[in-house]
Write a protein that binds this ligand. Structure first.
Ligand code: GDP
Length: 594
C-alpha cells in the first residue's frame, strides 16, 4: 500500500542506511541527495526526522513521522524531554491545575535539609508526628487544601544532573540563604542553575532566629546577584524563616502557592502516565523498586511501563507515607514495585498499552544505545557553532564563564554580551570565580552551553566528564583573545586546526570472512589502544593501503569502544577488505590544536 501512495513513516532518527531501506533505494543515492543539500553523511550515520523528511520529499515520497510511541530517542537530540513533548500536544481543555513541584537549592549548611524536614512536619494530613515516613525522593504536603510536592534531594547539582538527562521535574525553586552568612558562591551557582532551567525562584531567608542574622545584608547580596527582594521594590519574593524554630514556614508555603498560581502549572490527568524516575533501588525482599514522579497523566496499579530500558507492570504502589495507593495523578511521587530491573534516576518513564510494547521499546533503546557507542556525541563546540552559523541554524550561544578573580568577570561578560546581535543572542548562563568543576559541566550539558575559562584550570573530574559528554571547554589567559575567538565563532569564521595523534597500533594475526560484513582482522594491540571512534590506517611494510573509518571493533562478539595494549580484538574496516596477516593497523584521532 505504501508503494501506491509512496508514504513512508520515518522515526525521530534513523541511519542513512535505514532511510534508504524505507525508500527501497540505494544508500549511495541517499548520500548523494544529502550532499546536494550540503550534508556530508556516511551510510551508518544517524540523521534526524527533519533531515530525512526533506530528503524523502525530494526523492518523491511523502514523509510522515512515525508514531511517537517509540520515538522517544529524540530526547537525546533535543532539549525537550519526552513528557514535555507529549504535554505540548495536549488539547488545552484537557489540562487541569496540578500541584507545583518544588526543589530546594542553596549554599551548603544554609539549611536546605532542615527546611525540607521542617516543612514536612507542617503537614497535618500526612503521617502523624513521629510516624514512619518513607524517604522516596519526594513528598507531598497539604497547605490550606492545596497540595505541594517537594523533591527532597536538595542542591543544584542533583537538580541540573536530572536536567542533563532530559528530565525537567521542577516548577519552582526555593533558594535557601542563611541570614547570618548571606549570598555565598553556591548561592550564585544555584541562582544560575535555576535561571538556566527557567524556573521561578523564591528566597527563603533562613536562620533568622540567630542573633547574628543580618537579613538586610543578605538581601543586598541577592539584589547584587539580580534577585531584588519584593520589599525593596523588586519581584523576588523573600520570606524570612527559621527551619529550626519553625518560623515563617506557613508564609513560605503561601508564597509557593502564589507563584504556582501565576505560573499556570497544569497537566492532563486523563491519559497514560509519563514522568521521571527519581530513584531506583534493589530491595532484598521486594525486588527492584523505583520512586517516580508522575508529571502528566495518571499512573495506576496494573499499568505496563517502560523506564529507560527497564520494563514492568505496576504490581504495588505506595505514597510517601508508605501507604498503598491505586492511582497517582500528576505531580504525585510514588514508590512502585513490579519492575524487571532497577531503573536509573533521571530516566523518563512512560505507560504503554501493554507489556509487549514496553519490551519492544526497551529493546529498541538497547540497540540504539549500542549504536551510540559508535557515535561521538558532541553537544556544542565553538567550531561547530561557527559551522551551524554559516548554515544559518544557530540562533544563540550559551556560555558559562569561570574566571580567576571577580574583577575579570565584568569586562569579559560585557564584551561577550556586546557581541550578540538581534538574530544571534549571547546568553551568559553562569559567571563566577573559581576553577571549572563538574557542576559547570553538568550545567553546560543541561543548557547546551560552552564553558569558557579565564586564567583558571579544569578539575580532573570535570575534564573527564566534559570528554564523556562532549562539552567544549575553552581556556584563555588574555581577555582579548577570548573575546576575539568567540567573535570569530559568532561570525561563522572560526576554522579549527586539527593535528593527527596516533593512539594505538595493532598487528593483524588472522583474518576471517564474515558474511555480509566482509573480511575482519583478528588483531593484537601492540601499543596504545584501538578505539572505535578513531580513524585507522593500514600499513604493509612501507606501504599505506587504507586510511579511513573503522567499521567494527569487537571483543568476543561484542561491540566495544576501545581495546588496550596486550589484548586481542576483531577489527573491520569500512569498505576495505584486503587485510593480510602481518599488516599493521594504526589508530589515530584528529585533535584540535589549542
Ligand atoms: P544544608 O547543607 O543546606 O542541607 O544545611 P542543613 O539543613 O544540614 O543545616 C546546616 C546547619 O544549620 C545544621 O546544623 C542545622 O541545625 C542548622 N540550621 C538549619 N536551619 C537553621 C535555622 O533556621 N536556625 C538555626 N539556628 N540553625 C539552623
Amino acid at each position: 500500500m505504501s508503494e501506491e501512495t509512496k508514504v513512508i513513516e520515518i522515526p525521530v532518527y534513523l541511519t542513512v542506511r535505514e532511510l534508504a531501506q524505507l525508500m527501497d533505494i540505494s544508500p549511495i543515492d541517499v548520500i548523494k541527495q544529502l550532499m546536494s543539500s550540503g550534508i556530508i553523511a556516511t551510510i551508518n550515520q544517524q540523521i534526524d526526522y527533519e533531515t530525512a523528511a526533506i530528503i524523502a520529499t525530494e526523492m518523491g515520497f511523502e514523509a510522515r513521522e512515525e508514531t511517537p510511541l517509540v520515538a522517544e530517542e529524540a530526547d537525546e537530540e533535543g532539549p525537550m524531554p519526552l513528557w514535555e513533548r507529549l504535554y505540548a500536544r495536549e488539547e488545552p481543555d484537557k489540562l487541569l491545575p496540578r500541584p507545583p513541584v518544588v526543589t530546594v537549592l542553596g549554599h551548603v549548611d544554609h539549611g536546605k535539609t532542615s527546611l525540607l524536614d521542617a516543612i514536612r512536619r507542617t503537614d497535618v494530613v500526612g503521617g502523624e508526628a513521629g510516624g514512619i515516613t518513607q524517604h522516596i525522593g519526594a513528598y507531598q504536603i497539604e497547605h490550606q487544601g492545596r497540595l505541594i510536592t517537594f523533591l527532597d534531594t536538595p542542591g543544584h547539582e542533583a537538580f541540573t544532573a536530572m536536567r542533563a538527562r532530559g528530565a525537567n521535574t521542577t516548577d519552582i525553586a526555593v533558594l535557601v540563604v542563611a541570614a547570618d552568612d548571606g549570598v555565598m558562591p553556591q548561592t550564585i551557582e544555584a541562582i544560575s542553575h535555576a535561571r538556566a532551567a527557567r524556573v521561578p525562584i523564591i528566597v527563603a531567608l533562613n536562620k533568622i532566629d540567630k542573633p547574628n542574622a543580618q537579613p538586610e545584608r543578605a538581601k543586598q547580596g541577592l539584589a547584587d546577584a539580580g534577585l531584588v527582594p519584593d520589599d525593596w521594590g523588586g519581584d523576588t519574593i523573600c520570606v524570612p524563616v527559621s527551619a529550626k524554630k519553625r518560623i515563617g514556614l506557613e508564609d513560605l508555603l503561601e508564597a509557593i502557592i502564589l507563584v504556582a498560581d501565576s505560573a499556570e502549572i497544569k497537566a492532563n490527568p486523563d491519559r497514560p502516565a509519563v514522568g521521571t524516575v527519581l530513584e531506583g533501588r534493589l530491595d532484598r525482599s521486594q525486588g527492584p523498586t523505583a520512586t517516580v514522579l508522575v508529571q502528566n497523566g495518571t499512573l495506576r496499579v496494573g499499568d505496563a511501563l517502560v523506564a529507560g530500558t527497564v520494563c514492568g507492570r505496576v504490581r504495588r504502589m505506595l505514597n510517601d507515607d508508605g501507604n498503598p495507593i491505586t492511582e497517582a495523578p500528576p505531580s504525585t511521587p510514588a514508590l512502585i514495585l513490579g519492575l524487571d530491573d532497577v531503573p536509573t534516576a533521571g530516566d523518563i518513564f512512560e505507560v504503554m498499552r501493554d507489556e509487549r510494547t514496553c519490551r519492544a521499546v526497551a529493546a529498541r533503546r538497547i540497540k540504539d544505545d549500542e549504536a551510540k557507542v559508535t557515535m561521538t556525541v558532541r553537544t556544542l563546540t565553538l567550531d561547530n557553532l561557527s559551522q551551524s552559523i554559516r548554515q544559518g541554524q544557530a540562533k544563540e550561544l550559551n556560555l558559562i564563564i569561570k574566571a580567576d578573580v571577580q574583577g575579570s568577570i565584568e569586562p569579559i561578560v560585557n564584551s561577550l554580551q556586546a557581541l550578540g546581535a538581534e538574530d544571534l543572542k549571547v546568553n551568559i548562563i553562569h559567571a563566577a570565580t573559581g576553577n571549572i568543576t563538574e557542576s559547570d559541566i553538568t550545567l553546560a550539558v543541561a543548557s547546551h552551553a560552552i564553558v569558557v575559562g579565564f586564567q583558571v584550570t579544569v578539575d580532573s573530574a570535570a575534564r573527564r566528564m566534559s570528554e564523556n559528554e562532549g562539552v567544549d571547554i575553552r581556556l584563555y589567559d588574555i581577555i582579548y583573545k577570548l573575546v576575539d575567538e568567540v567573535e570569530l565563532a559568532l561570525k561563522g569564521l572560526l576554522e579549527p586546526t586539527y593535528v593527527e595523534k596516533v593512539v594505538g597500533r595493532a598487528e593483524v594475526r588472522a583474518t576471517f570472512e564474515v558474511s555480509k560484513v566482509g573480511r575482519i582482522a583478528g588483531c593484537y594491540i601492540l601499543e596504545g589502544e584501538a578505539r572505535r571512534n578513531a580513524r585507522a590506517r593500514v600499513l604493509r611494510g612501507e606501504k599505506e593501503l587504507y586510511d579511513g573509518h573503522i567499521g567494527s571493533l569487537r571483543r568476543f562478539e561484542k561491540d566495544v569502544r576501545e581495546v588496550r595494549t596486550g589484548f586481542e580484538c576483531g577489527v573491520g574496516l569500512e569498505g576495505f577488505y584486503d587485510l593480510e596477516v602481518g599488516d599493521i593497523i594504526e589508530f589515530y584521532v584528529m585533535e584540535r590544536e589549542s
